[in-house]
Write a protein that binds this ligand. Structure first.
Ligand code: IFM
Length: 478
């Protein structure tokens, strides 16, 4: 189904003065497997993404993260580039198999040495590190013992969190337990598009619960080690009918409202309510009951999960458009939505095919701040993939990525509008600093504000990076 919502963006999303609050944190984000490379260096173990990407047919072009951006060896140059861009914060993730090759048992000090060097380099540059403990690279040895469908994995994450904190905690104040548990559970264990590539709705629902348990246990481990700031990063989208995407005030039928509510429960509240309220939405429990049952949710789990949290990190790319439909085959990413149609929007899209809808980011941030006033918010990822071209120019190569620049412009203005409307938003981190390994899409999709030539590892600032540097310098659009 296709719905037209094409039209010009409101001017507050494209032009005019917009100054951000003092102390607003500007930065960029990356993740270990997507940029580090050095897959066999210094005792690193094998992760589910090594196994998956080396399995023929799983990743476009047969690409792997073996070398990626070679950031493991080039981190000092990359930090210099961050300084050049004026970044105040850098969000990166720690590779679990680098630190604990089998996900249990001995810690590999040489793996931790890398993050030690990186954190020191950032410290010298005056850039604040935001450390994510888990951005999808589970040690394969744990997957072989059940992965995230096994309860034990949650306890292993807490142990690993302790080990990382013991080494970096003297210099790192901002800790994130997990990146996008919904994606890791439902694409990793439901659709199988991500590692470990399992395709079973019941397993995805179990994995999702164990991710939340891991978040709760790791938060407790960090707190007992004296950590002040803990964040959970989620992929979040406003769930809307196509009519509401075109006009937020559009009237919708009861059946559509019910479809919207159910998908919102699965995508957003399945994660947020246990973590912040200590309970699952009823709609979700009913679905879990029908897909494998509730036995994996033990008494006391919700207490473990519902720990004090400082920030929710919001990764926003596009809205989720749904309506009540005639019935589709079961969607393993959204079990229990056989009667829901996932709509394609006829609006401009990125190279991922993701519809561009900056107003959705304002709506989302305002809604999260209203519904969960107990936590602050940070946009921990936002950005876009486009097909970039390097052009020769006097004074060096350039990448004229006007589409990405426009995307960032409109989304930053949407962030500003959300703050004006009362959202408690502390910062914005662009995804991503560098073009990198985009999971199942390999290196075909470029999200960086810095272009990477993967044959030579040469970095070139794109026009969007220059634009972002100016925004940072002005603390907005002066
Ligand atoms: O590249 C990913 C990132 O690892 C998690 N959030 C979405 C990005 C774009 O797909």
């Amino acid at each position: 189904m296709t719905v037209t919502t094409r039209g010009t963006l409101p001017s507050y999303l494209t032009e005019g003065r917009a100054v951000f609050p003092e102390g607003f944190v500007w930065g960029a984000a990356t993740a270990s497997y997507q940029i580090e490379g050095a897959a066999r260096d210094d005792g690193r173990g094998v992760s589910i993404w090594d196994r998956f990407s080396h399995t023929p047919g799983k990743v476009a072009g047969g690409h792997t993260g073996d070398v990626a951006c070679d950031h493991y060896h080039r981190y000092a140059d990359d930090v210099r580039m961050m300084t050049d861009l004026g970044l105040a914060a850098y969000r990166f993730s720690v590779s679990w198999p680098r630190v604990q090759p089998d996900g249990a048992g001995p810690i590999n000090p040489r793996g931790l040495d890398f993050y030690d060097r990186l954190v020191d380099e950032l410290g010298t540059a005056g850039i604040t590190p935001y450390v994510t403990l888990y951005h999808w690279d589970l040690p394969q040895a744990l997957e072989d013992r059940g992965g995230w469908t096994s309860r034990d994995t949650a306890y292993r994450l807490a142990e690993y969190a302790q080990a990382v904190h013991a080494r970096l905690g003297d210099r790192v104040r901002h800790w994130t337990t997990l990146n996008e548990p919904w994606v890791a559970a439902f694409l990793g264990y439901g659709t199988g598009v991500h590692a470990p590539g399992r395709t079973d709705a019941a397993s995805a629902l179990q994995a999702s619960h164990h991710f939340l348990l891991a978040h709760g246990l790791a938060t407790q481990a960090l707190r007992s080690a004296g950590v002040d700031e803990v964040m959970l990063v989620i992929n979040s989208s406003p769930v809307l009918t196509p009519a509401q995407v075109a006009d937020p005030a559009a009237e919708i039928s009861e059946a559509d409202a019910e479809a919207v509510n159910r998908v919102d429960a699965l995508l957003n509240r399945q994660i947020l309510d246990p973590v912040l309220r200590g309970r699952y939405p009823d709609e979700v429990l009913k679905i879990v009951e029908r897909h494998g049952g509730l036995d994996h949710i033990h008494d006391g789990d919700l207490r473990e999960i519902n720990q004090r949290l400082d920030l929710i990190g919001v990764n926003y790319y596009n809205p989720c458009a749904v309506r009540s439909g005639p019935g589709e085959p079961a969607n393993p990413a959204f079990p229990g939505t056989e009667d829901v149609e996932f709509a394609t929007l006829d609006v401009p899209a990125t190279a991922m095919g993701w519809p561009i809808h900056p107003a959705g980011l304002s709506q989302l941030l305002v809604r999260l701040s209203q519904d969960y006033p107990e936590v602050g918010l940070m946009v921990t990822e936002n950005g876009a993939a486009f097909d970039d071209a390097v052009t020769k120019a006097e004074g060096g190569d350039r990448v004229h990525d006007a589409d990405r620049t426009a995307y960032l412009n409109s989304h930053l203005r949407a962030v500003h509008a959300a703050i004006e409307a009362g959202a408690d938003l502390r910062g914005y981190l662009v995804w991503s600093l560098l073009d990198n390994f985009e999971w199942a899409e390999g290196y075909h999709r470029r999200f960086g504000i810095v272009h990477v030539d993967f044959a030579t590892q040469r970095r070139v600032l794109k026009d969007s990076a220059r634009f972002y540097r100016d925004v940072i310098k002005e603390n907005g659009f002066a």
